[in-house]
Design a protein around this ligand. Structure first.
Ligand code: SF4
Length: 371
């Protein structure tokens, strides 16, 4: 596959100003000298892997891209400039602590047109519990600063199921998020990862029933306010659905650059070196997993059913020359009979009743595929 046929580029920044209690991502506390060496390595990887790349979306995530000081962020964005010619959506994740107006102007000057901000919760005590250093007012200020620089396509991340979080705290956080008028909202329930601070302290997961009630509460409030529930954990005002993530849910290839990034090309998934130190030594190393056709079909179903609109049968046919119903005849038939799946001429999708049960539906697909 040539780089110019890959529609999306993901770049991972593995640095943060501090480490949140729930996090086990590939990141470490920012260090200027390591970040310089990481930028050298990124430059090498981009030159080797992205020749001719003309993606329609770029997403810089992390980590915290906005923890890079101006000169390093500018260098990163300058390295990516050659790939922005046909970009429609260019997203950078920012933490609410970002205050430097020059950084915001720098992002805008490099054609960044979408910002994802980690609000998580508006409650001060829960923010403290999570090890977050910002408050809700920082988020509002940052949204206003970006708007003033011409970037009004803002997405907010919101977490639920936090330790001892009440329904009232959640409702207040949703109300606060709405007051910032984001175009897009992503929801995350807290998962206690063994390697996170929470995991090491033995913090328990939220009660499953309360977590389900919280999810329902968020969904109904956001729908009332005109947000489309277009993916199981994502909401957008009409026209502001994430193109980058939709490419992933539609099972399209993407190039992943940087330690901590994974990518998908030529029927293979790959990650990079297992530590930042090893990445700096060999940024071109890829740990490649070749997927069988059965595995790829299951992944396409798993990703596609996350979308409200479901799986495009035309796209599935382009990828595999067949239909989901031919691959999983018993599962598709019985789930349809139970009112959990439905189909139009071009799409297979979960019904309102089936969508919240997606994980158990996928188990049935998996069992039929004998994966
Ligand atoms: S949650 Fe985000 S900001 Fe917090 S440590 Fe993890 S990557 Fe960094």
């Amino acid at each position: 596959m040539t780089a110019n046929s890959i529609p999306s580029l993901y770049v991972h920044v593995p640095f943060c100003a501090s480490i949140c209690s729930y996090c086990d991502f590939s990141r470490q506390v920012y260090n200027a000298e390591t970040a310089d060496r990481w930028l050298d390595a990124m430059e090498r990887e981009l030159h080797a892997r992205a020749d001719g790349l003309k993606p329609e979306t770029i997403y810089i995530g992390g980590g915290t891209p906005s923890c890079l000081p101006l000169f390093q962020l500018d260098r990163l964005l300058t390295l990516l400039d050659p790939y922005t010619e046909e970009v429609k959506e260019y997203t950078v994740e920012c933490n609410p602590e970002l205050r430097d107006r020059r950084v915001i102007e720098c992002l805008a000057s490099h054609r960044v047109n979408r910002i994802s901000i980690g609000l998580q919760t508006a409650d001060p005590s829960l923010l403290k519990t999570c090890g977050r250093r910002h408050d809700a007012a920082d988020v509002k200020r940052l949204v206003d600063q970006f708007s003033a620089c011409g970037i009004s396509n803002i997405s907010l991340d919101l977490m639920y199921g936090l330790p001892e979080q009440t329904m009232e705290q959640l409702e207040q956080s949703i109300a606060f998020a709405l007051s910032c008028q984001p175009r897009h909202l992503s929801l995350y329930s807290l998962t206690i990862e063994p390697n996170s601070v929470f995991g090491k302290k033995g913090v328990q997961s939220c009660d499953a029933d309360l977590e389900a009630d919280m999810y329902e509460c968020i969904c109904s409030i956001l729908r009332e306010h005109g947000y489309l529930h277009y993916e199981i954990s994502n909401f957008a005002l009409p026209g502001y659905e994430s193109r980058h993530n939709t490419n992933t849910w539609e099972y399209r290839n993407f190039l992943g650059i940087g330690y901590g990034a994974w990518g998908m090309e030529d029927h293979c998934r790959y990650t990079h070196a297992d530590t930042l130190r090893n990445y700096l030594k060999d940024p071109l190393y890829r740990n490649v997993t070749e997927l069988t056709e059965q595995e790829r079909m299951f992944e396409a179903v798993m990703m596609g059913l996350r979308l409200r609109s479901g799986i495009s049968l035309q796209r599935f046919s382009e990828l595999f020359g067949t239909t989901p119903e031919t691959c999983y005849p018993n599962t598709v038939r019985t789930l349809r009979e139970r009112g959990l799946l439905a189909e139009t001429d071009d799409r297979l999708f979960c019904t309102e009743q089936g969508w919240p049960l997606l994980n158990s539906l996928l188990v049935e697909f998996m069992e039929e595929a004998q994966l």
